[in-house]
Design a protein around this ligand. Structure first.
Ligand SMILES: Cc1ncc(C[n+]2csc(CCOP(=O)(O)OP(=O)(O)O)c2C)c(N)n1
Ligand SMILES: [Mg+2]
Length: 338
């Protein structure tokens, strides 16, 4: 079992380099996905995490690898990559290939790796939130001190099932973190147009759940806050609501090329200054932890790595037609005429 995340070990040059590598790897991986989507190599819907990297990276570092649980919606590529899944299997899943984590049947929105504690990857907005409650209930019932992180978007925070799950989490003292990623938009709808109360962390207050808002664009801030919150939830065996303020740089999904219809270039430029990767670069340059040349070398290394991952995933075949009924919740078989 991995050790508790201890903050004093986290700001070492080695740890900062690790965070830099993780965020940049996700960025380059997602950019490659965008290119592959446009080439017709990826089908269905696909949503990338570009701009939001500090949130998943900082939170992941506060969790116990192979022990704690994570569940999220369809913006789900970074979590398995951070939790130790085979990146080729992640890419193959996104490309619908049989070597994928869900054997090519889930696609981008349904990546899944139970062995590593990653429970997906869900396309129905809000649908996974009670499942997160169930994961936390299961861990508590079995007397395991696992923490469940249930990510949800600002748009998802309005779904009725959120309030039902908050109620039960408070009632049963479930060890779950409702990590609301407020990237200011639900598809093309700005926060102010979809939420009567835009202070989303307050969703927990009527249930007596401890709640707060944090900066999701600074990986060290996320780690600091996440470590404290994870420790609280693990020790106290109580739920927590954290609203993580971040921003997506790309459109809602790969098919959204019209984001200027709902936000201006000026707004995007203001948020580009919050880029979590540039923020960490600036910090490392100021502290003389890394030179610009080293950063460029790392970038080249990671870009090559992503390219090799893509090539390997692309070599994986599509699932066979006869597998269509395997591993799904049904006992229907084609020969029975269904
Ligand atoms: C129940 C349901 N309603 C509508 C949709 C269509 N839809 C897909 S994503 C989305 C917006 C969700 O926004 P948010 O929760 O903020 O997540 P983000 O995409 O910003 O990560 C909507 C309305 C859906 N998938 N499921
Ligand atoms: Mg959103």
């Amino acid at each position: 079992m991995a050790k508790e995340a201890k903050l004093e070990h986290m700001e070492t040059p080695a740890q900062l380099e690790e965070f830099y590598r993780q965020m940049l790897f996700i960025r380059r991986f997602e950019e490659k996905c965008n290119v592959a989507y446009r080439l017709g190599k990826i089908g269905g819907y696909m949503h990338t995490y570009v701009g939001m990297e500090a949130t998943a990276v900082g939170f992941n570092a506060a969790l116990r690898r192979g022990w704690d649980y994570v569940i999220t919606a369809y913006r789900d590529h970074p979590q398995p990559l951070l939790m130790g899944s085979d990146p080729v299997a992640v890419m193959a899943e996104i490309m619908g290939r049989s070597g994928g984590l869900s054997r090519g049947k889930g696609g981008s929105m349904h990546v899944y790796d139970i062995e590593r504690g990653f429970f997906g990857g869900w396309g129905i907005v809000g649908g996974h939130i009670p499942l997160g409650g169930g994961l936390a209930f299961g861990a508590k019932y079995k007397g395991e001190d696992r923490v469940t992180v249930c990510y949800l978007g600002d748009g998802a925070a309005n779904q009725g099932v959120v309030f039902e799950t908050l109620n039960m989490a408070a009632l049963w003292d479930l060890p779950i973190i409702f990590a609301i990623e407020n990237n200011e938009f639900a598809m093309g709808t700005r926060l102010e147009y979809h939420a009567a109360d835009t202070q989303l962390y307050k969703r927990g207050e009527p249930f007596g759940i401890k709640s707060e808002r944090i900066d999701g664009m600074d990986v060290l801030e996320v780690l600091k806050d996440a470590s404290r919150i994870v420790d609280y939830v693990r020790k106290e065996q109580k739920p927590y609501v954290v609203e993580i303020m971040n921003y997506r740089f790309n459109g809602h999904g790969a098919a959204d090329n019209d984001r200027q219809l709902y936000r201006t270039k000026e707004e995007e430029e203001i948020h580009a200054k919050r880029d979590p990767i540039i923020r960490l670069e600036t910090l490392m340059l100021e502290r003389n932890i890394m030179t610009r040349e080293k950063m460029e070398a790392i970038d080249e290394e990671l870009t090559d790595q992503v390219e090799a991952i893509y090539e390997k995933a692309d070599a994986s075949p599509f699932p066979e037609a006869h597998e269509v009924y395997d591993n799904v919740y049904t006992d229907l078989e084609p020969e029975k005429g269904h």
